[in-house]
Design a protein. Sequence first.
Length: 197
Amino acid sequence: MTQAANGRTRIMDSAAKILWQKGFAGAKLSDIAKGAGMLAPSIYYHFPSKDHLVEEVMMEGIYHNNRHIMARVEGLGAGASPIVRLRAAIVAHVDFLLTGDDYSSAVARVFDDLPDEMRKRVLAAYSSFDNYWRDLIVAAQADGSATLALDATVVRKFLIAMLDSCSSWFRPGKLGPAQIAEQAADLLLYGFATKRP
């Protein structure tokens, strides 16, 4: 890796961590530079502005997360049922967010705070992530393992929003990331009530 590429990677890694910890408004270039082991003006050698840096972190976070989820689901093989594939995606997403991927956690934390034009570009990149989840949900509905009474788009939007929120409230304690991931899958797939009133 060249020195320039190494510096760029250190800046992005630091920015992802700061964005996750402090949010978009709280992320200062001086803090990002300090985390990367350099002075703030050095960032401009690699990125023309804070917004450009943030947008690259968002794109990288989407790529990391999508690649991780797809690898976990596709690793099950072609014979896995749609509901098993959906459960694997849920568990993989939560586990990934809670086990130290600052990029994905940054996306979940700051997406709503991004400037409008940046949010539109990030949302366009997010479409492959959304489409993958949609396909998992629709497949589970099509084979009868998930209800058709719920709209697939509504299910997808609530599912992703709920899962993404875990990085903002999780603190190590009684349950670890793996247990929380399993409980999230159980809640989303089987509900909370033992019977309908």
